[in-house]
Design a protein around this ligand. Structure first.
Ligand code: FEO
Length: 423
């Protein structure tokens, strides 16, 4: 990277008016009078560290045209040229004074080195943890300046306040507030993986926003629910007005900021409902038959039921259901003395997401060893799932009596769920 040092700003903002975009293949999108979206739309991405992003994503970066022209975040590495082109559509990239990295994960910082080489900004800012993380990723030779929680930065005609948001989604994460526009650059918080040509929430359908925001929360932020509840309190306690939330993924909340904050409060509360999620795989349909009989019992007992055969459901789909389900039942045949690989996959994934307050049970068919059910129970105990019934095993193929036991298990779990759910 080029050495970043003080340099004269010969392009004051009143003159830094929007340039002709004739030379730019990619154009910035105006967010407010002085803020532009200069990010990238990734229509094809289908995996975000194990989370299936079926609708693609965006990596949002923003340009503030204040006295000190400031770039908030960058994009994933392959989109560096696109970001630079969008900046060039509104201002000479050489005029950018500051770069702020709200989060060091590669989807926001992957293009950082290339962007810094192209812009040669006066300063690069990150949280104290961000300075360390960026150095460890990109070896920037100490060119990043740390900012503290609550610290302010004058851009001349505007001012920024930094708000630490540790573990949302990494230890370095922070948000940046632009008072003049009442705009919060929230980075990962309040985002979603959704590629769209629309940049604002009010241009998209509400069901789609809520579905993808829930999927994002369940797959990315669920482990940090207690911290989210505290962060929401902290932001409310700052006494700042927020008209817009400019996240780093998906649309900008221009109208629905209050709604997404309220949804976050609900999801972070860990409140559980009366749905039982039955996750299973099967070799010769025996465990599948058990799952269906358990499902019948759950329904008969008054629970809502979601059967999730792992040949049809992705681990990310299971995570979404666990956002507010009350019970998790897991079934697997025993294969070579172990649970089925797909079941191990989903349990490893959801264990990491640390859903709280679930009840559960294990079940499965076997031929001789039958270890899978016990292995599942061990993992459920590690997850602090309250095992509401003994694990159920069936040798080879369940007969009518075995299926009746499965149904009875479902009824029993439904009864316990009813006792848990607030009315
Ligand atoms: Fe969007 Fe934690 O990165």
């Amino acid at each position: 990277m080029s050495a970043a040092g003080p340099r004269e700003n010969d392009n004051p903002p009143e003159e830094a008016t929007v340039r002709s975009s004739a030379a730019s293949s990619f154009e910035a999108v105006k967010v407010t009078d002085q803020v532009y979206w200069v990010g990238a739309i990734d229509w094809g991405v289908r995996d975000f560290h194990g989370y299936a992003t079926d609708r693609g994503s965006t990596y949002n970066a923003y340009l503030i045209l204040a006295d000190k022209i400031t770039l908030i975040d960058t994009v994933k590495a392959p989109f560096a040229g696109e970001l630079l082109s969008r900046i060039a559509s509104v201002v000479d990239p050489a005029k950018v004074d500051y770069v702020i990295s709200n989060h060091a994960e590669m989807d926001h910082s992957g293009a950082l080195r290339e962007v810094l080489e192209a812009l040669n900004p006066e300063k690069v800012f990150a949280s104290a943890m961000g300075v360390k993380a960026l150095e460890e990723h990109f070896h920037l030779d100490g060119h990043v300046t740390g900012v503290a929680d609550g610290e302010t930065l004058s851009l001349g005609s505007a001012g920024l306040t930094f708000v630490e948001a540790r573990m949302l989604h990494w230890p370095d994460s922070m948000m940046t507030y632009l008072a003049e526009e009442r705009l919060l650059f929230s980075n990962d918080a309040f985002g979603m993986h959704l590629a769209s040509s629309e940049r604002f929430d009010d241009e998209l359908q509400q069901w789609l926003l809520e579905e993808e925001a829930a999927r994002y929360f369940a797959n990315i932020l669920l482990p940090f629910s207690p911290l989210i509840a505290k962060l929401l309190e902290k932001v409310a306690g700052l006494g700042i007005d927020i008209d817009m939330i400019a996240t780093s993924h998906g649309p900008i909340w221009r109208k629905g900021g209050d709604r997404i904050a309220s949804l976050y409060a609900t999801w972070a509360s860990g409140e559980r409902g009366d749905t039982a999620v039955v996750v299973f795989d099967t070799m010769w349909q025996s465990t599948a038959k058990m799952a269906r009989a358990i499902g019948e019992g759950l329904t008969a007992g008054g629970a809502r039921v979601k059967l999730m055969p792992l040949r049809a459901a992705h681990r990310s789909d299971v995570a979404v259901e666990l956002l507010d389900a009350g019970a998790l039942l897991v079934g697997s045949p025993t294969l070579n003395n172990n649970m089925f690989p797909t079941v191990a996959d989903v349990l490893t994934y959801v264990k990491g997401l640390r859903p709280r307050g679930l009840i559960g049970a294990a079940f499965g068919s076997y031929g001789w060893g039958g270890q899978a059910v016990g292995q599942i129970e061990d993992i459920l105990r590690d997850m602090k799932v309250d095992l509401a019934a003994d694990g159920l095993k069936t040798k080879y193929v369940p007969d009518a009596a075995a299926l009746r036991e499965c149904r009875d298990l479902g009824v029993k779990i439904a009864g316990k769920l009813k006792g848990m759910v607030k009315v």
